[in-house]
Design a protein around this ligand. Structure first.
Ligand code: PEP
Length: 247
């Protein structure tokens, strides 16, 4: 059975003592590992320490597209892998907008992640402007075509695609069920057209954007929603715990 996927994107939050408390709380939590894959994405600086301290699964929030070299401040997929981390987020909207990452760079990062056997969480999603002009599907399709649809079926089957409308991230504005299901169905159909039914259904398509304890249960029950990527609500144990029990 395909496991649900829940990612906790801690972004550039938490100092070491706060992180230790949250990690301790989450470590004692009983997650049904047969049906849920729970992955925490802490700041890169804490990644190795988190892995050494806890039995939970971790991933990096970003990687460089090269394996090594003169890239001051950057971290490669190979380095991430060497810490014991298992996943990486690529193409998060904050990387795309704040750090000006384009689809070409994102595609190179996707390849770097897979070449180093890291689980890929590929983020995509439209701006409010695109949604208001009814161009959201066209826009997400271009992100998929330029970021992941070059992959072989074998590789894509292991990927997680996070649909995160930019206007819903960190804003408190959650996309409605119709908008979420519409886009998830569209992503699934795109995968079916390219790779066939079996591979397309192996891919987990998760939703991110102001997911909270108030709306998660309803969102996670929608057609073609295989879990969530959680930002703000993942920084608090009680809310994270409720989200992990929202299936
Ligand atoms: C995110 O950063 O991926 C995210 C979904 O954030 P939030 O839950 O805070 O909207």
């Amino acid at each position: 059975m395909k496991k649900k996927f829940i990612g906790a994107n801690w972004k550039m939050n938490l100092l070491q003592p706060e992180l230790e408390v949250l990690l301790q709380e989450l470590s004692t939590n009983s997650i049904n590992e047969d049906s849920i894959e729970f992955v925490i994405f802490p700041s890169q600086i804490y990644l190795a320490d988190c892995i050494n301290r806890s039995n939970l699964t971790f991933g990096a929030q970003d990687i460089h597209s090269e394996n090594n070299g003169a890239f001051t401040g950057a971290v490669s997929a190979e380095q991430v892998k060497s810490t014991g981390a298992r996943f990486v987020l690529v193409g998060h909207s904050e990387r795309r907008s704040v750090f000006q990452e384009n689809n070409t760079l994102i595609k190179n990062k996707v390849n770097a992640a897979l070449n180093n056997s890291l689980g890929l969480v590929f983020c995509c999603g439209e701006s409010l402007d695109k949604r208001e002009k009814a161009l959201e599907k066209e826009f997400v399709l271009s992100q998929l075509e330029e970021g992941v649809l070059h992959l072989s079926g074998q590789h894509v089957a292991k990927c997680i695609i996070a649909y995160e409308p930019i206007w819903a991230i960190g804003t408190g504005k959650v996309a409605n069920n119709h908008q979420i299901e519409g886009m998830h169905n569209f992503i699934r159909e795109t995968l079916i057209n390219k790779y066939g039914y079996e591979i397309a259904h192996a891919v987990r398509i998760i939703y991110g954007g102001s997911c909270t304890t108030d709306n998660a249960k309803e969102i996670f029950a929608l057609n073609n929603v295989d879990g969530g990527l959680i930002g703000g609500a993942s920084l608090n144990f009680e809310s994270m715990n409720t989200l992990l029990n929202s299936f």
